[in-house]
Design a protein around this ligand. Structure first.
Ligand code: FAD
Length: 378
């Protein structure tokens, strides 16, 4: 890995930035999704033989970061091409690959991802959504509940993390299932969120949802490995989402601070305003370096190394984003809270990067235990 970007990456960044600029903050999600897909950006990480760009999470994270920096982040990129596309490309059957990858790449189909459960939360070992086999037909029957699942209404299917019972030990093993949006017994209720975003969050109920045998993605016995293959890209992409948003907020603040004059110099000349903006910029740059490292390790096939780096990148980017947005709002004084300048709503949006898909505290726990070897409190 080099710490400077390749010419290809720079060119991709510039092209996506130009697309983002054309759509801007008041973007139409669907229009941007389909244009990004047509230009090859949504499937940039997917294999070429299935209509993708043949790149990796490094390239996909550039796309999301630049759209975010232009004020038009596509949250479903974290889920559809990054988690679901990766898991299907790495572990799906040939039929699943043919069915989903070209459509995820060209944007004609989208897939949501559901792991979080009301009674498990951060402790995903506690999930209880259970899949059992119908001994007569070989179908799967899926029962359980999920919460905060993004974009289920606009996704053609949701990749649901469930568990099957190991017939030898009786222990539950994680498994991934493709559940079509309109499957019988698959109910969704929109959660009333304070977020101003194009994507909505849902509580899901799976009530004996009958799925064909081939709804299972990958191997029944390698569930955890397959799951983590999707969760590392999710963390890297959440970092990209956060860095993009932080950059967008910071850019608004800088423009404002250069012009706004209430004494005899623009407010940006006061170090009390300039220094926190400079710190926010440094923090975002540092977070990007860690995100690039995580993406590089992941694309090189080092799942274990990528796991640690992806967690650190998500942590650093989430914190940098929250701080950048907070400082940007403050820089605009009263205007920071007006709808016209549109920054106040980012205060809520930035918090998403701190809590999802894995919270700041759970990352600190991971680093404490895995990296530093400290004992667990739970
Ligand atoms: C906008 C949004 C979109 C989302 N989209 C999706 C999606 O598409 N798919 C999906 O599956 N999920 C999604 N999520 C869910 C998200 O991943 C969870 O909210 C997150 O994992 C935290 O779980 P929780 O909300 O149950 O919090 P909890 O687990 O209840 O945690 C609450 C607080 O306690 C802290 N805490 C918990 N355990 C510990 C501990 N051991 N040590 C220290 N502190 C601890 C946490 O850090 C947190 O601050 C989304 C969430 C949001 C807000």
């Amino acid at each position: 890995m080099t710490t400077t970007e390749t010419e290809e990456h720079k060119a991709l960044r510039a092209a996506v930035a130009a697309l983002g600029k054309r759509h801007g903050r008041s973007f139409d999600r669907e229009a941007l999704w389909s244009e990004a897909a047509k230009l090859g950006y949504l499937g940039v990480n997917l294999p070429e033989q299935y209509g993708g760009g043949g790149g990796g999470i490094s390239e996909l994270s550039i796309v999301l970061e630049e759209l975010g920096a232009a004020g038009c982040p596509l949250l479903m990129m974290v889920v559809s091409p990054a988690i679901c596309g990766t898991v299907i490309a790495r572990f799906g059957t040939e039929t699943q690959k043919q069915e989903w990858l070209p459509a995820l790449a060209d944007g004609t189909r989208t897939m949501a991802f559901g792991i979080t459960e009301p009674d498990a939360g951060s402790n995903s070992h506690r999930i209880t959504t259970t899949a059992r086999r119908d001994p007569e037909t070989g179908d799967w029957l899926l029962t359980g509940r999920k919460v905060f699942i993004s974009g289920v209404d606009i996704a053609d299917a949701t990749l649901i993390v469930g568990r099957t019972e190991d017939s030898r030990t009786g222990r539950l093993k994680p498994c991934l299932f493709i559940v079509p949006r309109d499957a019988e017994g698959f109910h969704r209720r929109q959660i009333d969120m304070e977020l101003q975003a194009a994507e909505k969050q849902f509580e899901l109920t799976l009530d004996d949802v009958r799925l064909p045998a081939d709804a299972l993605v990958g191997d029944e016995d390698a569930g955890l490995l397959q799951l983590f293959a999707g969760l590392n890209p999710e963390r890297i992409m959440t970092a990209a989402f956060a860095i993009g948003m932080g950059r967008y907020a910071l850019a608004q603040a800088i423009t404002y601070a250069r012009d706004r004059t209430v004494w005899n110099t623009p407010i940006g000349a006061h170090q009390a305003i300039a220094h926190p903006l400079a710190q926010a910029h440094i923090d975002l740059e540092l977070a990007r370096l860690m995100m690039q490292k995580a993406a590089h390790l992941y694309d090189a096939g080092d799942d274990v190394g990528a796991g640690e780096a992806a967690n650190m990148a998500k942590y650093a980017a989430g914190e940098a984003c929250v701080k950048a947005v907070d400082q940007a709002v403050h820089t605009l004084g009263g205007n920071g809270l007006t709808r016209e300048f549109g920054l106040a709503s980012l205060i809520t949006a930035a918090r998403v990067a701190r809590i999802a898909p894995v919270s700041r505290e759970m990352i600190l726990n991971y680093v404490s235990h895995q990296t530093l070897g400290l004992p667990k409190s739970y």
